[in-house]
Design a protein around this ligand. Structure first.
Ligand code: 13P
Length: 332
């Protein structure tokens, strides 16, 4: 058993309380490569932002669970080396689907876990979340649960349709599960194809898809039922069209990729939404930079040559999100 406290990590309790009060959101960036980790830490240190580094089950399968845990420990030391005396870094399990997986992460030094029972019947979702909470709280690890179902595909998590969170259930669910934060479904969606063309309108000038708006009425109803309670938004990449265009220009094929407009995320961040999950935007930033670099430098083959601009492009995107969308800069 390794306590996250020994690794210099923090849980989400205090940072969420401050974020809800302060009207901003903490960035939750997924990572599974060294370059993503470096870019996240550099961006957080330069903007003086707390940050959640999250690992999905798929990331653990890809990179190896032990390596990722040591990378998070390395992230804390790296932040200090970059001049941040007291970094606030959370190591979070994204979409844990069993008690055993959550326990394994808690035992190996995670400071926060998500138990995603959102596809289960209501009572089973509560029972599973409560079991995780009872274990996690013994070690001061915070727990995110989910109510409502997001559409989209992300690693092992996928659903063809979304079901909005029912505001009338949130009080009972949060009280009985004991969760520390609640992920809700108000129209965000996982992946780079958040909406089908049929769900969108098309901008006549650019030909780009314009997605349907988030259900802010549901968010506001939930806020009224649970004043001050930390709310989480998954599936919040905005799928920057300049990255999609770069990918398509240099041999990629991502027709009609579309995300959540940043103005809507900015609005959500001002509310009880205090954690915003972003994964696909990092994948797009990395892929766009690599495709462009390799197309322009066909004779290069040293991964450091193309991973460097990829890392820089991800860092630029992380800083943009922190400063211009979530507002978590200067909140350390
Ligand atoms: P995106 O696919 O929109 O980046 O969502 C990531 C996410 O919600 C991770 O849990």
């Amino acid at each position: 058993m390794v306590s996250y406290k020994e690794l210099g990590l923090v849980n989400t309790r205090e940072m969420f309380a401050k974020a809800v009060k302060g009207g901003y959101a903490i960035p939750a960036f997924n990572f599974n490569t060294m370059e993503q980790m470096q870019a996240i830490v550099q961006a957080a240190v330069e903007t003086k932002s707390p940050v959640i580094m999250q690992v999905s089950k798929g990331a653990r399968n890809y990179a190896n669970a032990t390596i990722l845990r040591y990378m998070a420990q390395g992230a804390v030391e790296y932040a200090k080396e970059l001049g941040c005396a007291n970094p606030q870094i959370v190591l979070h399990l994204d979409h844990g689907d069993t008690f055993e997986l959550c326990k394994d992460c808690i035992d190996m030094g995670f400071s926060s876990v998500m138990i995603d029972g959102s596809s289960l019947p209501y009572e089973e979702n509560i029972a599973l979340a409560k079991k995780v909470v009872d274990y996690a709280h013994k070690y001061d690890v915070t727990v995110e649960a989910e109510l409502g179902v997001l559409a989209g595909v992300e690693d092992e998590v996928s659903s063809a349709v979304s079901h909005y969170t029912k505001p009338e259930e949130v009080i009972d669910f949060s009280q009985r599960s004991g969760c520390d934060s609640l992920a809700i479904s108000i129209g965000t969606s996982h992946g780079a194809y958040k909406f089908t063309p049929a769900q969108c309108t098309r901008d006549p000038k650019t030909g780009k898809l314009v997605p349907p708006p988030l259900a802010f009425n549901i968010l506001h109803e939930i806020e009224k039922k649970l004043p001050g309670f930390p709310i989480v938004l998954h599936g919040s990449s905005s799928v920057p069209q300049e990255e999609v265009d770069t990918i398509n220009k240099y041999g990629g094929k991502l027709p009609d990729a579309v995300g959540i407009p940043e103005e809507q995320l900015r609005e959500a961040a001002k509310s009880a939404v205090c954690k915003i999950n972003i994964d696909s935007d990092s994948r797009l930033a990395m892929t766009a930079a690599i495709r462009k670099y390799l197309a322009e430098n066909p004779s290069h083959f040293d991964p450091r040559q193309y991973l460097k601009p990829a890392r820089e492009n991800m860092k630029k995107m992380y800083i943009h999100k922190i400063v211009n969308v979530l507002g978590s800069n200067n909140k350390l």
